[in-house]
Design a protein around this ligand. Structure first.
Ligand code: PLP
Length: 395
């Protein structure tokens, strides 16, 4: 073994899952594009098929490159097992479909990622699953809903796009008292900043498209947790067929080598920008859990090691017209429906997290008109602040 069992997150980002020696002693994990794995020995083939021996049979089920990616995330999240999917929504819909049946009740919050909300409001009801979506930061209300009985408690923290914080340990306890499986979307925090399983969750999942990949060039999803639950999620995925492609797994592995470094820099940059924006006269509110003014700051301090690279803010006057003037002036930011990359990315909920919602629905969710979502990159901090400064000037 190259590293000890107490190896840090930076070491695991680089080496985690990469113990196996591949052909010709290559130092990098190869991209295994072959769809099938062949066996001359029928008994060995049967043993691998039955899971009695390690190995691979068919690419929709498992693949060696994909397996290394799953292992890296599993180690970073401190989980028993991991499985993956082609996208974040692939894994989210997989978790929900694999663990819920007709007649079950799921409790979640109003501020989950837009695609996840569509699962709760549109697709799960069609399968006879009832969703109860609570005010995101009203912990008492969430506990009351859980106590009415629920099969699955689904949390996301920090949330998208208003960066609300949910107390995972408190709600995981309430969920377990009701006999629920507790699932947490950890996309915004990353395993560098937060490990929901340590806080009591049963399953942690990611849109690997975001910070895990980190370079905005690959889609992926991953879920880790208790082996019996992960087996069910894997089984659903192997049949629904939304498997992660080997080339995507390779790009994710390559991106993840620098996960520890990138997140440390993004935490630092985001904190400095949040403080700068909070003091700026053209800014109304800044939503960043590292700020003492953030309503979830105390919970975030308890459950996060760093406050992450995601923030949002509102412009004075709270009009969409001001956002129209501000966004194009930003030079050091892609204006795009993505987040978590090495480049800074800015967007508005109407075109990013809540593109699926109508203006009325966004209003009902308490998403202000002038909200800007800002995913902080790894650029030099003085350049990012200079850029924001010139863009905010004269608004
Ligand atoms: C928190 C969160 N979860 C899940 C997803 C869905 O991920 P994907 O786009 O990889 O399907 C997103 C996408 O933005 C997200 O922000």
């Amino acid at each position: 073994m190259r590293y000890g069992k107490n190896a840090g997150k930076g070491t695991l980002s680089v080496w985690g899952g990469e113990e196996r020696v591949f052909a010709d002693n290559t130092t990098q994990v190869p991209v295994f594009l072959g769809v099938a794995h062949a066996y001359e020995d029928l008994d060995e083939w049967i043993d691998v098929s039955l899971g009695k021996k390690p190995g691979h049979i068919y690419g929709r089920n498992t693949n060696p490159t994909v397996h290394v990616f799953e292992e890296k995330v599993r180690l970073l999240e401190g989980a028993e097992a991991a499985t993956s999917a082609a996208t974040g929504m692939g894994i989210i819909s997989g978790v929900l479909c694999a663990l819920l049946s007709s007649g079950d009740r799921v409790v979640s919050v109003k501020d989950t990622y837009g695609g996840t909300s569509v699962m709760f409001n549109e697709f799960l009801p069609r399968q006879g699953v009832i969703s109860s979506l609570c005010d995101t930061t009203d912990h008492e209300a969430i506990e009351r809903e859980i106590a009415k009985g629920c099969k699955l408690l689904y949390l996301e923290t920090p949330t998208n796009p208003t960066i609300k914080i949910i107390d995972i340990a408190r709600l995981a306890k309430a969920g377990h008292e009701a006999g629920a499986v507790v699932v947490v979307d950890n996309t915004f925090a990353t395993p560098i900043n937060q490990n929901p399983l340590e806080l009591g969750a049963d399953i942690v999942l990611h849109s690997a498209t975001k910070f895990l990949g980190g370079h905005a060039d690959v889609l992926g999803g991953v879920a880790c947790g208790k082996a019996d639950l992960v087996r069910k999620i894997y089984h659903y995925r192997e049949i629904n067929g939304a498997s992660l492609a080997p080339m995507s797994a390779y790009l994710l592995l390559r991106g993840m080598k620098t996960l520890g470094l990138r997140i440390a820099r993004q935490n630092e940059n985001a904190m400095a920008i949040a403080r700068y924006l909070e003091a700026h006269p053209a800014i109304d509110r800044v939503f960043y859990p590292g700020l003492e003014s953030h309503t979830g700051h105390e919970i975030a301090k308890r459950q996060m090691r760093g406050f992450g690279g995601m923030m949002s803010f509102t412009l004075k006057g709270n009009s969409f017209e001001t956002v129209r003037k501000f966004l194009p002036k930003l030079n050091l930011a892609h204006k795009a429906a993505n987040l978590g990359a090495v480049e800074t990315i800015a967007g508005v909920p109407a075109t990013t997290s809540h593109v699926e919602c109508t203006a009325e629905e966004r209003k009902a969710l308490g998403i202000p008109e002038s909200l800007v979502r800002y995913s902080v990159g790894i650029e030099d901090i003085q350049d990012l602040i200079e850029d924001l400064d010139q863009a905010l000037c004269g608004l």
